[in-house]
Design a binder for this molecule. Structure first.
Ligand code: MF3
Ligand code: CO
Ligand code: CO
Length: 271
């Protein structure tokens, strides 16, 4: 395992990249309405990143081993799509839920964050899945502090999701992040407390649980990227990039438009 430990200067760079990624989501929010295509959302995001923020959209042409280059600048995953949805001419319609995942590169540093959007008026079930997945992410984030272990994060997320009747995707996980998009360690969203790597100040990784309304099994949709639920149930995901500080955590992907943090976080805050 070679987990990079970020210096104070590195962290300064990552704070900027992280805030920019979140600000892309702020910029997109008013546009995510019935009738817009995911290609149009991709173009809005691409142009904002390149022309306004002067940063690089990390997904564009990203090609991990075994994958064809990702063809767009963001990921948009609708309804039963779990992650890595490719923007297209598909129009969002009333009641859809969509994850928009943004990764910026600024001065060589990556910031990675995603949010769920309910298009128009969503069903109670869809809204509950999105809300509970948001809380599941935060249940993991609040575990972050020196000496805690990666298994503590996964356990907190899994327990919360499963106690609410949902399932957690196993095949994709959070990841270290820095000069590279995906670094060590892997951050599983399930697991046992007290297991796996101990956290150290200066580590930076994402927490990005994918939570299904039905069973946890996945399928690749056939385009080489998009992952869907095998049982076609709805899936939600939220993502933040998180720094381990001397006393706890700092979320690097916050901005003016970030959704309010859950009540229990304000009660247990260690930032
Ligand atoms: N942003 C995704 C993550 O959270 C990765 C997307 S890879 C892409 O790790 F190529 F699909 F963009
Ligand atoms: Co990520
Ligand atoms: Co992401």
């Amino acid at each position: 395992m070679t987990i990079t430990i970020k210096t104070a200067a590195d962290i300064e760079g990552m704070r900027i990249a992280g805030r920019l990624a979140s600000e892309v989501l702020d910029h997109l929010t008013p546009h995510i309405v019935p009738g817009i295509t995911t290609d149009a959302i991709d173009k809005l995001a691409h142009d904002y990143m390149v022309n306004v923020q002067q940063c690089i959209p990390a997904p564009l042409n990203y090609a991990p081993p075994g994958y064809a280059p990702f063809p767009k600048s963001i990921c948009t995953s609708i309804n039963q799509q779990i992650c890595h949805g490719i923007p297209s001419d598909r129009q969002l319609k009333n009641g859809d839920i969509v994850n928009v995942d943004i990764t910026t590169i600024k001065d060589g540093w990556h910031g990675d964050t995603s949010r769920m959007f309910v298009v128009g008026e969503g069903s109670i079930a869809a809204k509950r899945l999105c809300q509970m997945t948001y809380e599941a992410m935060w249940r993991g984030i609040v575990k972050v502090k020196p000496g805690a272990r990666l298994g503590d994060i996964g356990h907190a997320i899994q327990t919360f999701a499963e106690n609410n009747g949902f399932s957690v995707v196993r095949e994709f996980c959070g990841h270290g992040i820095g000069r590279k998009f995906h670094e060590e360690p892997q951050v599983l969203h399930y697991g046992r407390p007290g297991t796996l790597e101990a956290l150290v100040p200066g580590m930076v990784f994402t927490i990005e649980p994918m939570v299904n309304a039905g069973r946890r099994e996945i399928r690749e949709a056939g385009d080489g990227w998009t992952i869907v639920t095998r049982d076609r149930s709805l899936s939600a995901q939220w993502e933040h990039t998180v720094l381990v500080t001397e006393t706890g955590y700092e979320v690097l992907t916050l901005s003016a438009g970030s959704p309010e943090v859950p009540q229990f976080v304000r009660e247990t805050a260690t930032v």
